[in-house]
Design a protein around this ligand. Sequence first.
Ligand code: MLT
Length: 408
Amino acid sequence: MAQINDHFLKLKAGYLFPEIARRVNAFTEANPDAKIIKMGIGDVTEPLPEAIVSAMHGAVDEMANRDTFRGYGPEQGYDFLRNAIVENNYAGMNIDADEIFVSDGSKCDSGNILDIFGHGNKIAITDPVYPVYVDTNVMAGNTGQADESGKYGGLLYIPVTEENEFVPAVPSEPVDLIYLCFPNNPTGTVVGKNVLKKWVDYAKANDAIILFDAAYEAFVTQDDIPRSIFEIEGAHQVAIEFRSFSKNAGFTGTRCGYTVVPKTLMGTTSSGEKTSIHSLWNRRQSTKFNGVSYPIQVGAAAAFSPDGKKQIAELISFYLTNAGLLRAGLESLGMKVYGGINAPYVWLKTPGSLSSWGFFDDLLGKTNLVGTPGSGFGSAGEGYFRLSAFNSRANIEEAVERLKKFFA
Ligand code: MLT
């Protein structure tokens, strides 16, 4: 008798984004002429930068030649990419190339990381939050059942709402693992070093580990906003950072990211001894992962070439301009809007007393626009809605016109 992992049965409905796709598909079937504009999932729309494409072509040619062909690469990533990441993204932050683990993306890593943690940890997440952090903990058996509001027993939910300007406060009780994401998905909030320092100090005081998702760091335009937790003194003893080429270099379909695990980071065994988290993650990756393909890593490294950097800066600026257009359009309608300045997500309050899914259905039905219901990110997201700025300029301009008609 093949027993299943019963914890999967605790999961609520489908994963958020397939659920949105399901509703949109049903709507499209019923309304085949509808011109849908999708601003739900944060998926990039613009093609890969030319510098990256041409580097990938070269790498594919290398694979076609006996002298330059490569088989298995290092599970942790090729040195050329790990070195380029450190030199370009962690200069002066005391991070070594062997602390970078190249992967197929930060969604995967932020779920896989639970392999190396035990089951008795008290886990803190913000609410609303990127659903992967919650669902992977449910799958791993780290939670109880969900209650009526969708909250799982055993997790500590830290509400981030208008009242606290979407900035999570450190808990008044001890926790062991903490998920933080800045620039934030879904609210688009960024925080200064002072806020991150409080979290690092809290983690130190409680022997906790921060799982810091920095997938959207490239959208930070202000100099005083940290892009990495490792800009904060003491973070090397308490944090793991997830980064991605998805949202800056357009790799959502191409797949490449990396996780930074300092060698100074320690976890605790069940018998109370300290042990290296870096060694455990290295062991996990060497066993369960065979590395990212060579042409993709060559493409990722080209993101750090002079042309690559310039082209990526243009992409970021393009999406941030989209976010600005969405913000300005909504604000001109008297809506309360958050995010969208150092982040590709615009977060708004649903009008009147509409629930997040009520607004989703209304907007889809009347304007054929698709966004993400805030409640899909957690119960404190109820009454909010997320719009993604990842789209063509023409679609964003059209979406703003439709929003204006909708709210007129
Ligand atoms: C989102 O829309 O929140 C993102 O696309 C999710 C992801 O990157 O996995």
